[in-house]
Design a protein around this ligand. Structure first.
Ligand code: AP5
Length: 217
């Protein structure tokens, strides 16, 4: 099962990816998590990408394509994977297609911009695992602590409202065209792949049920 999860920043991709991956027993390949891990461990990619990520801009296609190519060749991706946050540009989508990979489902999670700004302002993240919470909509058991490890949660620098609005602009300009690309362009689409558009508005469980029933129908 290979799945692409598309949607604006803060649509709930990471939150829902965790459920989908558990259900289908596949790993989550999140380019955002991979980049943040590289920043934290101080690799050359991390050093190069930090400013770009903090400012809410896109990291170069070249870096991202190389990261994903290496990741999906790992043994744990042998039976499938969920791509979260990749592809994000037409160039990245073309690179994926050129690798001769088959994708079973492309799931678009749709959420209006104003809802996203509210979600991001309350988001808290456990950096080592990528687990995500919301102070109101999905609070941790203990305030400010990760449910599994008890470690501190942080607020991402790029969740500042102005940066979020900038990220949304970039999404509409550079990533949203991928919706049309996968939905309407027969040459771009993977043979046998299914495009599903889901409303990401509602409770976490409602969104989860919508995605799960679309994937198993
Ligand atoms: P990345 O980490 O991928 O950020 P993103 O796509 O902007 O997505 P987010 O992680 O911000 O949001 P999400 O959709 O996963 O939402 P979440 O589940 O957390 O990328 C970060 C940066 O890395 C980019 O800006 C770029 O610089 C770089 N990068 C990454 N990939 C790249 C690529 N391919 N090319 C170039 N550069 C790349 O949910 C958000 C909040 O809402 C949480 O608090 C959650 O609890 C809450 N929530 C979730 N669902 C609901 C609900 N139904 N109702 C209410 N609240 C909800």
């Amino acid at each position: 099962m290979n799945i692409i999860l598309l949607g604006p920043p803060g649509a709930g991709k990471g939150t829902q990816a965790a459920h989908i991956c558990e259900k289908f027993n596949i790993p989550q390949v999140s380019t955002g998590d991979m980049l943040r891990a590289a920043v934290n461990t101080g690799t050359s990619i991390g050093k190069e990408a930090k400013k770009t990520i903090d400012a809410g801009n896109l990291v170069s296609d070249e870096i991202i394509i190389a990261l994903v190519k290496e990741r999906i060749e790992s043994p744990d991706c042998k039976n499938g994977y969920l791509l979260d946050g990749f592809p994000r540009t037409i160039t990245q989508a073309n690179a994926l297609k050129q690798q001769g990979i088959t994708i079973d489902y492309i799931v678009e999670v749709k959420v209006p911009d104003d809802d996203i700004v509210v979600r991001m302002s309350g988001r808290r993240v456990h950096l080592p695992s990528g687990r995500t919470y919301h102070i109101t909509f999905n609070p941790p058991i203990e305030k400010g602590k990760d449910n599994l490890t008890g470690e501190n949660l942080i607020q991402r620098v790029d969740d500042d409202e102005n940066i979020v609005r900038g990220r949304l602009k970039i999404y509409h300009k550079q990533t949203e065209p991928l919706v049309k690309y996968y939905r309407d362009d027969a040459k771009a689409a993977f043979s046998d792949s299914k495009f599903i558009a889901i409303s990401g508005v509602g409770s976490l469980d409602e969104v989860k049920d919508r995605i799960t029933s679309a994937l198993i129908s």
